[in-house]
Design a protein around this ligand. Structure first.
Ligand SMILES: NC(=O)c1ccc[n+]([C@@H]2O[C@H](COP(=O)([O-])OP(=O)(O)OC[C@H]3O[C@@H](n4cnc5c(N)ncnc54)[C@H](OP(=O)(O)O)[C@@H]3O)[C@@H](O)[C@H]2O)c1
Length: 339
């Protein structure tokens, strides 16, 4: 049985230079666990926010040395005694959030996860592409369709605005909204207009050179049903004014700049709209991963472009992501021999 692995760890909150590549123990497999040899680890904004200490209060004392990383793709190398759904050699995608239990994340050669957080990937899907799916894909899926968030239904006639269409969450959200058949307006910078058009957006607004409210007024005067905001509380001047009565603003929690949450929720209610501060709910993680994979497999969506960094170049990946202008997704290449 494998006992140790190389991992990118932090021993304190700090800048991207805080990472060290060291040997760490592989956690014991419990009965419902799967041991995955990590091919690629997805990199999410939550990772740098965690690294910088924004989630300090949510992590236990003595969290260090901490192995970050929420998303992973790879190959199953062992399974716990209750696992019949997966076997050695399976190509899978997964994700973890077990930091509070002291378990390592995906910036490591191996990942131990509960079987309910794992999904098989089809043979045509590369492990590099699969690593883009977990957090960004599930966040987008829930923002649009979860009953307590966007609550869209496939086939309904709706108009929605996706603020921040070119990043990880936006790349999934635009395509999933089109898969569901709704009309989609988007914001992005001029450099990403063609990319966002290729995702299927019906209406594009360059947030750097155009006034978003004026443009939305032309596209759908007072008739936007839903806004998914993947940027921040203050990036849209008055989002409630863009919504029809009864409309919803699903504001994806940034964990760094969410403004006065209670006041903005109360204000939306007073003005006949609903604001929801959305956190990813990982209670159906494996099932929602499988749903997204099935949509890709059926040709309903393609996976975002990736920019790979080596695991020992994790600091550069974090610096780039922290800059806030990645198109698609960054991934860490952990096991060069796996594709
Ligand atoms: N709370 C949760 O459970 C949860 C889960 C997932 C994600 N999130 C949060 O959701 C946010 C989005 O995540 P992500 O993975 O999509 O981030 P990301 O990939 O880093 O997003 C980068 C994209 O944002 C675009 N952008 C930057 N400023 C913009 C603006 N003012 N208007 C429109 N587009 C802008 C950039 O395009 P340009 O280069 O064209 O500017 C870039 O393509 C992050 O804050 C993340 O932490 C929260």
């Amino acid at each position: 049985m494998l006992k140790s692995m190389m991992a990118a760890v932090i021993n304190q909150w700090g800048s991207a230079e805080t990472f060290e590549i060291v040997q760490r123990p592989i956690p014991e497999l419990e009965a419902d666990d799967v041991l995955i040899k990590v091919a690629f680890a997805g990199v999410n904004p939550a990772d740098w926010k965690m690294r910088a200490g924004y989630l300090e209060s949510a992590l236990p004392n003595g969290a260090f040395p901490l192995v970050l990383g929420l998303d992973a793709s790879g190959i199953v190398v062992a399974t716990g005694e209750n696992v019949v759904e997966f076997s050695e050699g399976d190509r899978v995608v997964s994700g973890t959030n077990q930091f509070t239990a002291g378990k390592p994340g995906s910036y490591a050669q191996y990942l131990v996860v509960n079987k309910q957080r794992v999904a098989l990937i089809p043979s045509e899907m590369t492990l590099e592409s699969a690593a883009t799916i977990p957090i960004a894909g599930i966040t987008a899926w829930q923002a649009l369709f979860a009953a307590d968030k966007g609550a869209l239904k496939k086939g309904e006639t709706r108009k929605i605005l996706i603020n921040g269409a070119s990043g990880g969450v936006g790349s999934f959200a635009v395509q999933l909204a089109k898969w569901a058949g709704v009309d989609v307006a988007t914001t992005c910078s001029g450099a990403n207009l063609e990319y966002v058009r290729s995702l299927g957006a019906d209406f594009l607004i360059d947030y750097k050179t155009q006034n978003i409210s004026d443009e939305i007024a032309k596209w759908a005067p007072k008739s936007v049903d839903l806004i998914v905001d993947a940027i921040s509380a203050d990036s849209l001047t008055d989002p409630i004014a863009l919504l029809k009565q009864g409309g919803k603003l699903v504001s994806i929690a940034t964990l760094t700049d969410d403004g006065d949450i209670e006041a903005s929720i109360a204000e939306a209610k007073e003005r006949g709209a609903t604001k929801i501060l959305a956190y990813v709910d990982d209670s159906r993680f494996g099932k929602e991963l499988q749903k997204l994979i099935d949509i890709v497999d059926a040709g309903g969506m393609w996976l975002p472009p990736t920019e790979p960094f080596e695991l020992n170049d994790v600091a550069r990946a974090h610096e780039k992501l922290e800059g806030g202008h990645v198109r698609g997704k960054l991934v860490l290449r952990v096991s060069a021999e796996l594709h």
